[in-house]
Design a protein around this ligand. Structure first.
Ligand SMILES: Nc1ncnc2c1ncn2[C@@H]1O[C@H](COP(=O)(O)OP(=O)(O)OP(=O)(O)O)[C@@H](O)[C@H]1O
Length: 342
């Protein structure tokens, strides 16, 4: 955590869309229509919506890969229209689905691309590349001299993130960055990115078409409808609990109650005093570590045919959530249901 606290992290900047319109040349209707929203500094905002609803266009207007045709976008209070597009782009991290790594450059050279353009000296470049590759779990000594083709898809995506962070930009734009990864790798890279974000607190705009990804990654979610109109902008919890209209309700899915359970951990129940003390008779109950979600707890109860789980203290990340630490108490189906409805 920075000195200023997570709400106003040092170095991050808010992004304001102020009545933004984008109508492409020769188009009869706008791709983005009167978009107004603020992404607070240091938060992750996920743009979600059906195909063609204007998510990528909204994202690309921030770094002027698509020029706005109405309204304004301000980063840290400065209009993007007052900035030179090339300089603006260098000051914003950009991660896309096909990582866009240069195949003929090594991993270290790829990560160094922008700082090199900015004229950093060799020593500073080398240190920064080492630091960034370490940060994304690909130590330079082992991976720096390899070429993109010699990495897995998930590793390439991590290099893409390291490269986007190279010049320490206050803002990152990510367009379906994990879309091409298989589900298991995607989960890993999402977790890694969230852990990384907790440390670096950049302001991130992240395009996704996957509601589960949006709920997991977003501090806030902007749902777009056809015609590039903003349907709702809220925290995942509010969006799932109070969809603004039938379109949003349909988009987030009939299982939105279950999705909401992913937002609460068993540890939250423990903190709220909603666990009951474990008795000897509870020894046969299935158990889960406190960092598991209420959805996992419910799923385990259904699978095991019980109406409670024992909650254990996780001993560390290496333990996963299989529940091997000391027992904290028992979470009943009723407690899970009540917490899910809250
Ligand atoms: N370069 C362009 N020229 C003209 N029209 C475009 C251009 N790029 C996108 N559009 C149109 O603008 C609208 C919004 O497209 P955009 O790519 O922003 O949507 P999206 O929500 O990101 O879609 P997807 O989820 O399929 O990527 C679509 O109708 C699209 O056809």
């Amino acid at each position: 955590m920075t000195q200023a606290g997570p709400e106003t992290p040092a170095g991050a900047q808010d992004i304001v869309f102020d009545h933004v319109v984008k109508t492409y040349p020769n188009a009869t209707v706008p791709a983005v229509d009167d978009l107004s929203l603020t992404v607070p500094a240091g938060e992750i905002c996920v743009l979600l919506g059906p195909s063609g609803s204007g998510k990528t266009t909204a994202l690309m207007m921030v770094n002027r890969l698509a020029e706005i045709t109405g309204g304004d976008i301000r980063i840290g209070g400065r209009s993007i229209l007052d900035l030179d597009p090339i300089r603006l782009r260098r000051s914003i991290g950009y991660v896309i689905q096909q990582t866009g790594l240069f195949p003929h450059l090594t991993i270290a050279e790829n990560v160094a691309t922008v700082p090199k353009v900015l004229g950093w000296d060799k020593k500073r470049l080398r240190e920064r590349v080492g630091e960034l590759l370490e940060l994304v779990g690909l130590p330079a000594g082992e991976y720096g001299r390899r070429y993109p083709a010699q990495l897995s898809g998930g590793q390439r995506q991590r290099v893409g993130i390291a490269r986007a962070l190279a010049a320490d930009p206050p803002v990152m734009l990510m367009d379906e960055p994990f879309g091409a990864l298989d589900p298991i790798t995607r989960e890993h890279v999402q977790d890694e990115f969230l852990a990384l974000h907790a440390r670096i607190r950049k302001t991130v705009i992240f395009v996704s078409h996957d509601i589960d990804e949006a709920v997991k990654m977003g501090d806030r979610i902007a749902i777009f409808r056809e015609g590039g109109k903003l349907a709702q902008y809220d925290t995942p919890r509010t969006l799932l609990k109070e969809p603004a209209d039938a379109f949003v309700a349909r988009f987030v899915g009939a299982d939105r109650g279950l999705k909401r359970l992913t937002l609460t951990r068993l540890a939250d129940l423990a903190d709220a005093g909603a666990l009951t003390p474990a008795r000897d008779a509870d020894a046969a109950l299935p158990q889960l570590a406190a960092d598991a979600s209420l959805r996992s707890a419910l799923s385990l109860m259904v699978a095991e045919g019980t109406d409670a789980v024992r909650v254990t203290e996780p001993r560390g990340p290496a333990d996963g959530s299989d529940g091997t630490g000391p027992v904290l108490g028992v979470a009943s189906l009723d407690a899970v249901r009540k917490a899910g409805a809250a």
